[in-house]
Ligand binder design. Structure first.
Ligand SMILES: C[S@@+](CC[C@H](N)C(=O)[O-])C[C@H]1O[C@@H](n2cnc3c(N)ncnc32)[C@H](O)[C@@H]1O
Length: 219
């Protein structure tokens, strides 16, 4: 159901290509990746064709099972873990890239900050964190008109059912403002190198790990 719904307005392959262009990565075949909140493999499955190793992590068994069922051949460089932002323990060397797509909004801000501290530990110094999620980039005073037009835009593209999902997202989930997220990233040892958003909602961030946090000070 997730894939059927999302494919009304998403093209996973195109998104993956656009992410690579945005990140301007060199020598992907030598790089390792953790995909946090991998879901049904929208990113991980493409990443496994390109990167040296991909660790696909999700709290939902059901989503991971669905991702595994899509695999058509042996993919020894793709490993799944049933864990979350706040519980995943990465074994082995820190990685070059952490991706999180449409998942970070599941955490309220306090836990986002803790998750970012943990992501710092997963990454090599100089490594990249890519966040793709709903982040509010507009002036808060304009919230009502912005949110109403965003919801009606989704209804046009993906129908009434998805409109209800978008309303639920705004009402019950934890998207945050861009200026808050930037502060949290900096507190966790990241510098925001790039941020883009076509609609002031769906946003992409390329964040460089610039500070190694003292392990004893993080969870
Ligand atoms: C909207 S889906 C996005 C899936 C995928 N990244 C994509 O682009 O289609 C959100 C995913 O986040 C996962 N999730 C929710 N809370 C999480 C957490 N605390 N840690 C890791 N994943 C989480 C859900 O199980 C779900 O698979």
């Amino acid at each position: 159901m997730y894939d059927d719904q999302h494919q009304k307005f998403r093209d996973y392959k195109k998104e993956f290509k656009e992410m690579l262009e945005f990140l301007e990565l060199q020598n992907a075949e030598d790089k390792t990746v953790v995909d946090l909140g991998c879901g049904t493999g929208a990113t991980s499955l493409y990443a496994a064709d390109l990167f040296k190793a991909v660790y696909a992590v999700d709290v939902s068994d059901v989503m991971i099972e669905r991702a595994k069922r899509k695999i058509e051949r042996d993919v020894p460089n793709l490993k799944f873990a049933n864990a979350g932002f706040l519980s995943y323990e990465h074994e082995g060397e820190p990685v070059d890239l952490v991706i999180t797509k449409a998942a970070f909004h599941h955490l309220p801000d306090f836990w986002k900050q803790i998750a970012l501290l943990r992501i710092n530990r997963i990454l090599k110094m100089g490594g990249l964190l890519y966040i793709h999620d709903v982040v509010f980039q507009f002036d808060p005073r304009a919230y009502l008109g912005k949110i109403n037009s965003w919801i009606s835009g989704f209804e046009k593209v993906a129908g009434e059912e998805f409109k209800t999902e978008v309303e639920t997202h705004i009402r019950d989930e934890y998207s945050t403002f861009g200026w808050i997220l930037k502060g949290m990233l900096e507190k966790a040892g990241f510098a925001v190198e790039k941020c883009r958003s076509a609609d002031d909602f769906v946003s992409e961030y390329a964040c460089r790990k610039v500070n190694e946090l003292n392990r004893g000070e993080t969870a």
